[in-house]
Design a protein around this ligand. Structure first.
Ligand code: PBG
Length: 321
């Protein structure tokens, strides 16, 4: 078995899996102001950017061959409310960032998160009843409007991350009715209630706000068959692509979804996973470049079409050599 491993040319020749910048989706955090770069303490190396600096990141993605960026807003505290109505403002931070990115780099896809958590004063992804329960159908109606507002601003891929039932079908119908026939839906189909989202909640300013937890709508880490049912429903409702989230701890799910459905599956290597790699590098426990590439290879080998990762610009540079 070792004969094919001895020389680099031979290892390259027999490699079963290849990584390219086209495998990457780059998540970016948007904040108010101009000329702003705000580092995020729990995500060392990742910043929030003001709108015109998001445009620079879109051009950077283009130069690196990264096909798509994903936007997440850090809504100013005074615009957060119980009903998250700022999500429907066509001039909110998200919509301004979409327009700036598309103007700066029209050839780079813009993926936008549909969920209310960056806009609500309680940090939940939907509307909450008197008992603190996130209500499904009324939330879904608001998410449909949020998706349309984003599509009108120029979003290429609507990515509902809220885990309400039935929202993919409702969003698809509204996109069609609104003439947005080419706007894709990437469903966060199997999204788990996870301890790995901590730094993201710092980045979008929900960590201190969140009342309770999200286990009433996000999946239980004990379940895999349930993930397959989630994916089946989202595909039946019109999802173009599906996502599994978090990433590395759920690679078995990526694999099973790919084998069962043979559709493009994306994995979200989430903020806590990024922070784990950075912490091990800071502790002298490993080499960043090697850890990043090996991790991304694992996603690809498991069957992922691509990975949402905060390491995207570094990884693209490494892949380009
Ligand atoms: C919320 C959302 C979350 C992430 C993406 N969209 C957090 C949550 O569900 O609380 C997490 C991403 C990450 O941790 O990098 N709609």
């Amino acid at each position: 078995m070792r004969r094919t491993r001895v020389a680099p040319w031979s290892r390259r020749m027999v490699a079963e899996t290849v990584l390219t910048p086209a495998d990457l989706i780059w998540p970016l955090f948007v904040t108010e102001g101009s000329g702003v770069e705000e580092p995020i303490a729990s995500l060392p190396g990742v910043s929030r950017w003001s709108v015109e600096r998001i445009a620079e990141r879109a051009r950077e993605a283009e130069a690196l061959g990264i096909p798509c960026i994903a936007l997440f807003p850090n809504t100013p505290a005074n615009l957060r409310s119980d009903d998250g109505r700022e999500a429907l403002n066509p001039d909110n931070l998200m919509c301004r960032a979409i327009r700036a990115a598309k103007e700066a780099a029209p050839g780079v896809g813009v993926l936008t998160d549909v969920a209310l958590d960056p806009y609500t004063s309680h940090g939940h992804d939907g509307l909450v009843d008197a008992r603190g329960n996130v209500m499904n159908d009324v939330t879904s109606e608001v998410l449909v409007q949020q998706a349309i507002v984003q599509a009108e601003a120029g979003s290429d891929v609507i990515a509902p991350s809220d885990m309400m039932d039935g929202r993919v079908g409702a969003i698809r119908a509204a996109l069609e009715a609104g003439g947005h026939h080419d706007v894709q839906i990437m469903a966060y189909a199997a999204k788990y209630a996870s301890a790995y989202y901590g730094p993201f909640r710092d980045a979008v300013g929900t960590r201190g706000l969140l009342k309770g937890d999200k286990r009433g709508y996000q999946m239980d880490s004990a379940n895999a068959e349930e993930a397959l049912r989630e994916v089946a429903l989202d595909l039946a409702e019109g999802a173009d692509t599906v996502m599994v989230k978090p990433g590395l701890p759920y690679l078995d799910i990526v694999r099973r979804v790919k084998e069962r459905f043979e559709v493009p599956v994306f994995a979200y290597q989430v903020s806590g996973e990024y922070a784990m790699i950075e912490a091990s590098v800071a502790a002298g426990a490993g080499d960043r470049d090697a850890l990043v590439l090996e991790t991304l290879m694992a996603f690809k080998r498991a069957g992922a079409s691509g990975v949402l990762t905060y390491h995207a610009p570094l990884a693209a540079r490494l892949m380009l050599g």
